[in-house]
Write a protein that binds this ligand. Structure first.
Ligand SMILES: [Zn+2]
Ligand SMILES: [Zn+2]
Length: 296
């Protein structure tokens, strides 16, 4: 993305490396669980075998972003930073508001299988204080709530790079087709996990006002175009929440202790067992299709 900014997809979610070999560096987000060795190996190749980051910074605390945070922080003996409003969900105090599988789309379907247990990153977890990003002096973070209560984006003004976490994506993960083809496009936050759509819209406007030239999101391949600032402005202006869903008309409310209020759970017409059967059937069909392709 830039000489001192790289990205690594770890199980569909991106990890970002900021910094140069021989200098201070950090990582932003850590990917799905099970990828700690891969992240370590890439960090070692990029920064040297004895090099350790200043910090691990999290855009938010969903499992696809914190999956390897504890393992990496332990192996590097380094702190993990997140916004104070994410801390209750990362310190074992509270689970996140539950996903809404009825909101529609690919991720909503898959959200039925998403782990919901409380997570505790232990004593290495710290709340972010000033707007400066720890270990990356030329970067600042800004609050972009909506997808999660303490979601943050990271921005560097000198080259207008914006790391958006899940507040803005560069792949439409609501669409099965886009998910498989990984087509690059500006897309809204993952719908089943977004708990306040008005806040999500305001956060998009805030990001558009930065007029970024390069966007690296939590999901999708980074984007860079001369017309990107205008496209983002247009996207933010025309942004629409999903038509229906648990958090569309009423937001979940949380504070520094965790969940304060949840809108009532909607009726889910697809029970877990049916969803699992459909998912397995899809996998079998997909495998068959690939086998056929191999034979051709
Ligand atoms: Zn998320
Ligand atoms: Zn995510």
């Amino acid at each position: 993305m830039a000489p001192d900014v790289g990205f690594l997809p770890v199980g569909l979610a991106n990890v970002y490396f900021i910094g140069r070999p021989g200098g201070k560096w950090i990582i932003v987000d850590t990917g799905f669980p099970g990828g700690a060795d891969e992240v370590s190996a890439v960090a070692e190749a990029r920064f040297g075998s004895d090099s350790r980051p200043e910090a691990i910074v999290l855009t938010h605390g969903h499992i696809d972003h914190v999956g390897n945070a504890a393992a990496l922080a332990d192996s590097w003996d380094r702190p993990i930073y997140a916004h104070c409003l994410e801390v209750p969900f990362l310190s074992g105090k509270s689970a996140y508001p539950p996903a809404d599988p009825t909101v529609g789309g690919a991720t909503a379907f898959l959200s039925r299988f998403w782990p919901t247990r409380r997570r505790d990153l232990g004593g290495r977890l710290r709340g972010l204080q000033s707007t400066q990003v720890p270990g990356a002096g030329d970067w600042e973070w800004l609050p972009t709530p909506g997808h999660s209560p303490g979601h943050i984006c990271l921005f560097r003004e000198s080259d207008r790079i914006l790391l958006t976490g899940d507040a803005l994506l560069t792949v439409d993960i609501d669409s099965w087709r886009a998910l498989l083809s990984r087509r690059r496009e500006l897309a809204r936050p993952p719908t089943p996990f977004t708990i306040d759509w008005n806040a999500a819209r305001e956060s998009l406007k805030k990001m558009a006002a930065l007029r970024p030239k390069i966007i690296g999101a939590g999901h999708g391949i980074p984007m860079s175009n001369s017309d990107l600032p205008d496209r983002l402005e247009n996207f933010a202006e025309n942004f629409r929440a999903p038509r229906r869903g648990r958090y569309v008309w009423q937001a979940a409310r949380t504070n520094e202790h965790g969940i304060v209020y949840l809108p009532p759970a909607p009726f889910d017409p697809v029970p877990f067992a049916t969803a699992a059967a459909l998912f397995c059937a899809g996998l079998a069909l997909g495998a068959g299709y690939l086998d056929e392709k191999k034979k051709l």
